[in-house]
Ligand binder design. Structure first.
Ligand code: SAH
Length: 216
């Protein structure tokens, strides 16, 4: 399989027709080898229009969802970004292409370790990973110019809003365990601006300010 061609087709057929416009986002999606972030048996499906299982009942998001969320962060190249839900590390790599520094938290150690390996192999040295509860944010490096949560939450975790810089963007799926609204928050001097981007379905965000493990 020609993965480079598959990526080009993914951009042309799944992203551009659905309105993804930011040339830097499209370029990153053309560049990052998504197939290396899934198991070998799934590599030939890596560029299809859907999420895929990555182990531990978690998923790598659909390419369009990755592009949409990334575009909403409005990255120019000099930002400090916080990601909650490292998972496969694919979204992390896209962010590493587009920002200065990426801090990413994953609650499952096995996934974080796998992600570290592939991110190192691809030379994404501007990525710092941590195992823990991302609903608490990562106060040491705050404030962040952009925050992305790649798991669905019953509400927006307050620590993440606190750790957002003024002018910063926060993108997060909020709703019940089965459907969520993808929400974009912008911190302005007047307060928090909120906009709904789409309806989506993510795996659950589990933690102090997310779902309790026993709730699902
Ligand atoms: N961006 C990832 C998506 C992974 S799915 C990718 O492209 O592969 C969401 C991930 O969020 C899962 O790996 C899950 O374990 C993780 N997660 C759930 N709750 C979390 C929390 N409180 N803190 C950090 N990670 C969490």
């Amino acid at each position: 399989m020609d993965f480079k061609k598959a990526r080009e087709r993914m951009v042309r057929e799944q992203l551009i027709p659905r309105g993804i416009k930011d040339p830097r986002v499209l370029e990153a999606m053309r560049k990052v080898p998504r197939h290396l972030f899934v198991d070998e048996a799934l590599q030939n499906q890596a560029y299809s229009d859907r999420p895929l299982l990555i182990g531990e009942k978690q998923t790598i998001s659909q390419p369009y969802m990755v592009a949409l969320m990334t575009e909403a962060l409005e990255l120019k190249g000099d930002e400090k970004v916080l990601e909650i839900g490292t998972g496969s590390g694919y979204q992390t790599a896209i962010l590493a292409e587009l920002a200065d520094k990426v801090y990413s938290i994953e609650r499952l150690r096995s996934l974080s370790q796998k992600a570290r390996k592939i991110l190192d192999r691809l030379h994404y040295f501007n990525v710092v990973l941590k195992v823990g509860d991302g609903t608490l944010g990562w106060p040491e490096y705050a404030p962040y110019d952009a925050i992305i949560v790649t798991a669905g939450s019953p509400k927006v975790p307050e620590p993440l809003v606190e750790q957002l810089a003024e002018g910063g963007r926060l993108v997060i799926p909020v709703g019940d365990p089965y459907t969520q609204e993808l929400v974009k928050l912008v911190k302005t001097p007047e307060g928090i601006e909120k906009k709904s981007l789409t309806i989506c379905r993510f795996v659950n965000l589990i933690g102090k300010h997310g779902w309790k493990e026993s709730e699902y």
